[in-house]
Ligand binder design. Structure first.
Ligand code: ZN
Length: 278
């Protein structure tokens, strides 16, 4: 069975085809998907999606947070709204952490101070609730590491990781797993591939980031955007790059994700349909 640790099922690209997207993932035996929210106003929607499609994907879970690319349109009161939504979600076994939060110093037109305000406020919430976080780290590795070190954060996932070995090691030390996906399927992605091959297997998780980060074959095959069913082919390609079997890689990734997201692990442990054999 397969796991997609980062998938924006609530994206507008999926709005007309979500039942089909879910069926395709189910058909491929994708049994667990993490859906991170991007805006405080979306919390309710994300929670409803997880509940609605949880019968098809038993390990469908969500996190709540304000994504750095949405901080321009966020307001200070969104933090209070988010806190309220988190409190409400604590009784929901499909709610597993805070995210997607972080800093993006690559995309132009974002106010760095506003980004930092929301990132730090959400790290405070993560610390307060002792919940893991899903991080968006883009040209901001050191600033994020510094912010994490100033608090006691449970850990989580640094998604779509693209830093140096040294930075990778620091995230791992702070209790984070590193997310790899479509970006590693490009032959020219030398640094990401090196990380994928040389980092310890127990710090790697896999993801699609769908509908974004298209794997290399998408354009060649005329497919408009990425979707969670593609995690199977992505994981197979990543396992081949790493030089291990698909099943060994898939079970390692499953365990790694569950280790940093205990509420996800509890949800899966309580469901007899999950077996670690893929
Ligand atoms: Zn994302």
């Amino acid at each position: 069975m397969w796991i997609d640790t980062h998938c924006h099922l609530d994206a507008p690209e999926f709005s007309n085809s979500l039942p089909n997207i879910i069926s395709a993932a189910k058909e491929k035996n994708v049994q667990a998907i993490l859906l991170p929210a991007v805006k405080a106003a979306d919390c309710q929607h994300v929670r409803e999606l997880a509940s609605q499609y949880g019968h098809a994907i038993p390990g469908l879970v969500y996190t709540l947070g304000i994504h750095p690319l949405y901080t321009n349109q966020a307001h200070e009161e969104d933090i209070a709204l988010l806190e309220e939504q988190i409190t409400q979600s604590l009784s929901d076994p499909r709610f597993v952490g805070i995210g997607e939060i972080g800093l993006d110093y690559f995309v132009e037109g974002l106010d760095p101070h506003k980004q930092e305000y929301f990132f730090h406020a959400q790290l405070d919430l993560a610390q307060h609730f002792n919940l893991p976080v899903i991080l968006h780290v883009r040209r901001s590795q050191d600033a994020i590491l510094k912010a994490l070190r100033r608090r006691k954060i449970f850990g989580g996932i640094a998604h779509a990781f693209n830093g140096s070995f040294q930075q990778a090691e620091q995230f791992i030390e702070l209790g984070f797993k590193l997310g790899f996906g479509g970006a590693a399927t490009y032959e020219r992605a030398l640094q990401i591939r090196r990380l994928l091959v040389e980092l310890p297997i127990d710090c790697i998780v896999t993801e699609t980031d769908s509908p974004d980060i298209p794997p290399a074959w998408l354009k060649q095959e005329g497919i408009a955007f990425n979707e969670p069913a593609f995690v199977v082919r992505i994981v197979k390609e990543l396992a081949a790059i790493r030089g291990i079997s698909d099943s060994e890689f898939a079970s390692a990734v499953w365990c790694n994700a569950m280790q940093v997201l205990p509420r996800w692990s509890a949800l899966c442990a309580g469901n007899p349909n999950f077996t670690l054999a893929s």
